[in-house]
Write a protein that binds this ligand. Structure first.
Ligand code: GLN
Length: 486
């Protein structure tokens, strides 16, 4: 076994017992990046020197024998939409290709305060718009289980970094599925927290009423540790909620006895890949064997989720992306005459085609005369979707569904038709519209040896229960332990 194979909890144990140094661990991870990244393309920036310096600092703290921060000496990767002071943060876009932020996002600060070592910034779809990383302005990442396939998106680089063991864990963002979809495609654990659980300050905004930062990890316990480090109120993000953060580690082993697991009939539909349906049903059976009780439920407005999402998300994006005008920061088109032309050329050259499509859609749905027909209507549908979930949670404690209707698709398979790409998120988007926590856990493999993910959806601020359920499931099943053939 190599050092990069360790989980956070295993490495922390060894670090604290002084059987391993943070520098050894970091070197092993950096070496793994060097030998595998030409295949999977997780990283846009690797910060070797800074990482080794941080590891040295961690080793000094470890040597004192005093109380240590939660992630002391743990090498992690950060999605490139999350700002890192002094370290290029591109959001996967040409318009920010050379942008070096003057400050850290709150989640970055919290990782640093927790003693984590940031080894680099990982690839994503441009401005987190996409489901495959093929919209990255730089290059697509590749699925470590099959290099001809996508890792999912938009946080594809976060998922490949963890699956290919080029970091012990990673941060990503999820607006409509961008943590859960790549987690399921790459066979790792990924958690989108409740809207408001984690600060969005310093995270490049896509759709502000939906965006949340969350962890990618090798197992539920590591996921709990990462969430612990980043969760909690932030006065600099007015949408972060001021409620106490539970001790996710302490309650991890509570088991699922008596837990009611809702199975929504709308999430087991025709056209799904049979292996996905079988694996998720088997996961439900496993939960039942562990003492949980499956109950049928209905989420009747599910079919409207994608339509409502692509109105709300594009409307918010069109407003959020207005700031990239070549004036304040980021790219400016050269040799232009006058303000109007500078704006036009900067945005024409700086944004990729999917981002432009969304800005145009969003501008349209917000325009006078159409606002009521589209945006307002979508907001009403959003309320109905949230009410569906809250009603369902009267009869159950968590909801289990597939993460996606299929396993990882091939590069290029869906790029010609944006609508088929949008449909990859059919099972994840409603969770964002309702603001709920959603966890993706590995639950099997298909006939092509590609990972399958099960989604557990919780009540608002119910991350604890999701992690408990995932932990219990991992104790009984081998799926999270399998490694890609790299
Ligand atoms: N695939 C969805 C989109 O393109 C969700 C992306 C995300 O969660 N950031 O909008």
């Amino acid at each position: 076994m190599a050092l990069y194979n360790l989980t956070i909890h295993e490495a922390s144990d060894l670090l604290r017992k002084r059987q391993l140094s943070a520098q050894e661990l970091t070197r092993s991870v950096l070496e793994r990046i060097r030998t595998t990244d030409a295949q999977v393309h997780s990283y846009l920036t690797v910060c070797e020197t800074e990482a080794l310096q941080q590891a040295e600092t961690a080793d000094r703290s470890l040597a004192t024998g005093g109380p240590l921060p939660l992630l002391c000496g743990i090498p992690v990767a950060v999605k490139d939409v999350i700002l890192t002071k002094g370290l290029r943060s591109t959001a996967g876009s040409q318009i920010l290709a050379h942008f070096v932020p003057p400050y850290d996002a709150t989640v970055t600060c919290r990782l640093r305060e927790a003693g984590a070592i940031i080894v680099g910034k990982v690839n994503c779809d441009e401005f987190a718009m996409g489901s495959s990383t093929e919209n990255s302005a730089f290059l697509p990442s590749r699925n470590p289980w099959d290099l001809s396939r996508v890792p999912g998106g938009s946080s594809g680089g976060s998922a490949t970094a963890v699956a290919a063991e080029q970091a012990l864990a990673a941060l990503g963002t999820d607006t409509g599925g961008s943590i859960r979809l790549p987690s399921s495609f790459c066979g790792v654990v990924g958690l989108k927290p409740t809207y408001g659980r984690v600060s969005r300050f310093g995270v490049v905004a896509y759709a502000s009423s939906l965006d949340q930062v969350g962890p990618f990890a090798k197992d539920a316990q590591d996921c709990a540790l990462m969430l612990q480090a980043i969760a909690g109120h932030d006065p600099r993000d007015s949408t972060s909620v001021n409620t106490s953060v539970p001790d996710y580690q302490a309650s991890l082993t509570q088991g699922v006895r008596g837990l009611r697991i809702g199975i929504p009939k709308e999430y087991f539909v025709e056209g799904m890949q049979p292996a996905v349906e079988v694996a998720v049903q088997q996961a439900v059976a496993e939960f039942a064997a562990l003492g949980a009780r499956p109950v049928p439920i209905s989420l009747p407005h599910t079919e409207y989720a994608i339509a409502a999402y692509y109105i709300i998300a594009t409307a918010e994006a069109s407003s959020n992306l207005a700031r990239y005008d070549g004036m304040k920061y980021g790219y400016r088109a050269p040799q232009t005459e006058g303000l109007g032309e500078t704006y036009r050329r900067t945005r024409a050259q700086g944004f990729g085609s999917e981002v432009k499509r969304r800005i145009m859609l969003g501008t349209y749905v917000l325009s006078a005369g159409y606002y009521e027909a589209y945006y307002l209507k979508a907001q009403k549908v959003r309320t109905l979707i949230r009410q569906d979930f809250l009603k369902a949670f009267e009869a159950c404690d968590v909801i289990a569904t597939p993460v996606a209707p299929t396993t990882a698709f091939r590069l290029g398979e869906k790029t010609a038709d944006p609508l088929t790409m949008y449909l990859s998120d059919i099972f994840t988007i409603a969770v964002n519209l309702a603001g709920l926590p959603g966890l993706s856990i590995p639950c099997g493999f298909d006939e092509n040896h590609l990972p399958i993910g099960a989604q557990l959806i919780g009540r608002p601020f119910g991350e604890e229960v999701l992690l408990q359920a995932a932990y219990a499931y991992e104790q009984a099943t081998p799926w999270h332990l399998r490694k890609p053939p790299l």
